[in-house]
Design a protein around this ligand. Structure first.
Ligand SMILES: Cc1cc2nc3c(=O)[nH]c(=O)nc-3n(C[C@H](O)[C@H](O)[C@H](O)COP(=O)(O)OP(=O)(O)OC[C@H]3O[C@@H](n4cnc5c(N)ncnc54)[C@H](O)[C@@H]3O)c2cc1C
Length: 451
């Protein structure tokens, strides 16, 4: 097992880093248990790091940092499930699933995260019929602070005093605070095929039609290009395999568009870097990119081809989930547009606009409510300090009962989080019961999860 002392770790976005006293890359579950016991005996804190794609200080540790990059094998696969070790990367998982004609019903945008990391924060895609990736968990295996193994399936309960707490609802999105996830079994469905249509509409037309489209199309999401008043809309529906096999007849996705898509990051990165100094360039860059790269198109492909994308240029991202009830989502989006456009702040494309279905995971922003997510990014920005344009976003979102995506930046206090996540207190109680010494907490999670 690789062990390094005084190991410097930096997240993907480059906005957070830590110096860990001990860094481990275990290769067996026994070694993982030994690390946890070592931490317990020496009163050390542990965090596990996935591929560092969270923008928040979730994975930081000044004491023990563990990576499962050498613990990422396939364990088993069946007609409707896949079981793997926690450190497997999503792109590895997806490759195996594709070969076996399996899919998930939905995906987050990229495939560079680890399985356990993506599940820990409830990574989600878009579509009102679909929950986060965590909803696919059939079984999850966790090494607790005691070093004991805890296997959790749907409907498992834990008794604390007179209370019966649903373990799956807690463990399916747990930010790595219940222990180290060594194995997961995920529910799959047969590989399916999609036809997507991407087009440009005005911002006000989007506001008027967004909920209707979200109900009509199984997959619906949009990118607002700030300062252009234009929205790039993505709608997709399932098609039978026979149509997929004739995809050239259905598609209008030219070689030129394909080439531009493949070059977008290389061509735009220098523009983003320059525009962080000279912000007056941002509206021009957004308009140029919309016009040059985001041309209307119809595409046909497998679920993976249509819904999963390659990595993008480095950036920091914030995302909040808003209740659809009482039109909070539309009010928040409109106020953000109006405030931004009158503020003098300039923001890179895209403002990511997505829907997800209500789910039962306690720490999900979509806990028991259909949710509309608004995400914003600042590209090529690597500082810990919150950028003023992101602060503006936070300030508007706060007014509309917004719940943060745990992997992305936000600024809600513990009191507000307690209001937004009705099951946060139960999670705290259960977490404290499983890990009374706070072995799996760092400064960031301690503030949220210590009673
Ligand atoms: C370019 C980009 C695109 C993204 N797209 C989306 C998106 O479409 N939808 C969305 O919701 N999010 C998205 N995210 C956010 C991302 O999916 C989450 O932050 C995810 O948690 C990152 O996974 P990771 O493997 O990098 O984990 P890390 O960021 O390294 O860790 C995340 C959490 O998981 C815990 N963890 C990791 N491994 C284990 C383990 N084995 N046991 C216990 N805990 C563990 C860590 O301690 C930490 O708390 C995106 C991020 C980026 C950078």
């Amino acid at each position: 097992m690789l062990k390094v002392n005084n190991y410097t770790w930096i997240n993907w976005a480059g906005n957070y880093s830590c110096l860990a006293e001990n860094y481990f890359e275990p290769e067996t579950e026994e070694q993982i248990i030994d690390i946890v016991r070592f931490a317990g005996i020496n009163k050390k804190k542990i965090r596990v790091v996935g591929s560092g794609h969270s923008f928040t200080p979730l994975a930081l540790s000044n004491e023990i940092l563990v990576s499962l990059k050498n613990y990422r094998n396939l364990i088993s696969i069946g007609q409707d499930f896949i079981t793997c070790q926690g450190g497997m990367y999503l792109h590895e998982l997806y490759s195996i699933m594709k070969v076996n004609n399996l899919s998930f019903p939905n995906f987050g945008v990229i495939n560079k995260q680890t399985v356990a990391g993506a599940l820990a924060t409830g990574t989600h895609g878009s579509g009102l019929k679909h929950k986060s990736l965590s909803a696919q968990i059939k079984k999850i295996r966790i090494i607790q602070a005691s070093g004991d193994i805890l296997e959790i399936s749907k409907d498992d309960v834990l008794k604390i005093g007179n209370k019966e707490l649903n373990l799956w609802d807690a463990a399916s999105i747990s930010l790595g605070t219940l222990g180290i996830v060594t194995e997961v079994t995920l529910q799959c469905e047969p590989l399916f095929y999609l036809k997507s249509e991407e087009s440009i509409i005005g911002f006000d037309e989007y506001l008027d039609s967004m909920d209707e489209y979200a109900k009509k199309y199984e997959y619906f999401k949009a990118w607002w290009f700030p300062h252009t008043d234009k929205v790039y809309v993505f709608k997709a529906e399932r098609i039978p395999k026979e149509l997929y096999l004739e995809k050239d007849k259905l598609q209008n996705y030219t070689d030129e568009q394909r080439k531009r898509d493949s070059e977008i990051d290389v061509l735009t990165a220098p523009l983003f870097i320059k525009s962080n100094e000279e912000t007056f360039l941002i509206p021009k860059i957004n308009a140029y990119c919309l016009d040059f790269f985001f041309t209307p198109r119809i595409r046909v492909g497998t679920s993976f081809e249509i819904l999963v994308h390659d990595e993008t240029v480095p950036m920091v991202v914030s995302e909040y989930g808003l209740p659809i009830l009482d039109n909070y989502h539309k009010k928040a989006l409109k106020e953000f547009r109006d405030t931004l456009e009158h503020s003098g702040q300039k923001i890179h494309f895209p403002i990511d606009l997505r829907y997800t279905a209500a789910e039962s995971s306690w720490l999900s922003p979509s806990y028991q409510q259909d949710t509309f997510y608004i995400g914003m990014c600042i590209r090529e920005y690597h500082k810990k300090e919150i950028h003023p344009s992101m602060q503006l976003f936070f300030d508007v979102m706060k007014k509309y009962r917004a719940c943060p995506n745990w992997g992305k930046l936000s600024d809600l206090s513990k009191t507000v989080l307690d209001e937004r996540f009705p099951k946060l207190k139960d999670f705290r109680e259960l977490r404290n019961d499983l890990d009374p010494d706070g072995t799996f907490l760092n400064d960031f999670t301690k503030d949220i999860f210590l009673p």
